[in-house]
Design a protein around this ligand. Structure first.
Ligand SMILES: [Fe+2]
Length: 344
């Protein structure tokens, strides 16, 4: 079995493969499970944390860099030139890989010599990578990895406003649920930081897991429904409306997720006028953290290409939100959100 994310991995033709195979150590076919990891999650000029593989065909992998061997910046650039965006690791080595990634993130976030843009790019890639893993397989071990990767991201947002702006600028626009979730996570953490400052009563780390995983329940919804260009029928709509509850249940079963995160996931589609779901809660009943998540969620949806609309510019999206979408929402939160996009 291949990672659920493998379908998004770039493939390359035989000629290009041959060119890259000069470095290949050996071929492995159908040996266990492999997991795709974003190339940008590997720190150049450091030793490989585990064996790194290239995908050479269906269920066919080539050992590209052995564990402990150097992974040079020139190698990464060469892969990039050939359109390779992901390498593969053995499933059983995911723990080692994400441990190393977390340590690298902590080091980079604290490094005063590292440019803000580099910090933001590394954090964004790592979050997107781990979120894609969790949405593909929301079991406790991957949720723990996600928690460990997202925490340095929150620390960066708390400590560094310029890096936060770089992160906001990096939010890419595509259809995938995990890109959307990563972007919503970044917007919502950045907004919560403005709203609550560094108040000890409001723990951004605990909230962050809810923001990044708010759509976790969508892992049970077929892709053809998630990406359907037309309107949903009753059965499809019923499935879609179930995702806050099923995401809440997935996290509850893992037993380690914070109450803040579970509340955010459960209430992020509630609306102040009571027309939201699953609880049809009214304004004062909806937790403020869930309202922050909803605001970020609406903005991200408006500024991304969707099956049913083209993305809007930041200005168009904020204008639309102010005039139409958020008439029933906290203007205080919205004004804080707009500040994220002000020029410095
Ligand atoms: Fe949602």
């Amino acid at each position: 079995m291949i990672s659920a994310d493998s379908t998004t991995t770039s493939t390359f033709d035989r000629k290009e493969t041959t060119h890259l195979l000069k470095q290949v150590v050996g071929f492995f076919e159908g040996e266990g499970t492999f997991r795709a990891v974003d190339l940008r999650c590997l720190q150049p000029d450091e030793k490989a944390p585990c064996d790194l593989f290239l995908r050479a065909g269906q269920d066919r992998f080539t050992l590209f860099v052995r564990k402990g061997a150097g992974f040079e910046g020139s190698t990464r650039r060469r892969l990039h030139v050939h359109g390779v965006t992901h390498l593969f690791i053995r499933e059983e080595e995911a723990g080692v890989f994400y441990d190393r990634l977390r340590n690298a993130l902590i080091r980079i976030v604290k490094d005063p010599c590292c440019p803000d843009r580099t910090k933001a790019e590394f954090i964004h890639s790592a979050c997107k990578d781990i979120i894609s893993q969790v949405y593909g397989d929301p079991r406790a071990p991957f949720l723990i990895h996600a928690c460990e990767i997202i925490t340095p991201a929150v620390d960066l947002v708390v400590a560094n406003e310029r890096a936060t702006r770089c992160l906001v600028q990096l939010t890419a626009h595509d259809l995938s649920t995990y890109t959307h979730s990563t972007n919503v996570g970044i917007f919502a953490v950045a907004l919560a930081r403005i709203v609550y400052g560094q108040s000890v009563e409001h723990d951004l780390r605990k909230m962050a897991m809810g923001f990044f995983l708010h759509d976790l329940g969508k892992c049970h919804i077929p892709l053809e429904i998630l990406n359907k260009p037309g309107s949903l029928n009753d059965r499809e709509w019923h499935l879609m409306r179930a995702h806050p509850k099923s995401g809440y249940e997935i996290l509850s079963q893992t037993g380690f997720m914070s109450d803040e995160a579970k509340l955010i996931i459960l209430e992020h589609h509630e609306r102040d006028d009571g027309t939201g779901y699953p609880g049809s809660l009214k304004s004062h009943e909806i937790h403020p953290y869930a309202r922050i998540c909803r605001l970020a969620d609406v903005y991200e949806a408006l500024t991304s290409d969707r099956a049913y609309h083209k993305r809007r510019s930041t200005f168009q999206a904020l204008k639309l939100m102010k005039e139409k979408v958020l008439v029933d929402m906290d203007s205080e939160f919205f004004e804080c959100f707009v500040r994220l996009f002000e020029k410095t």
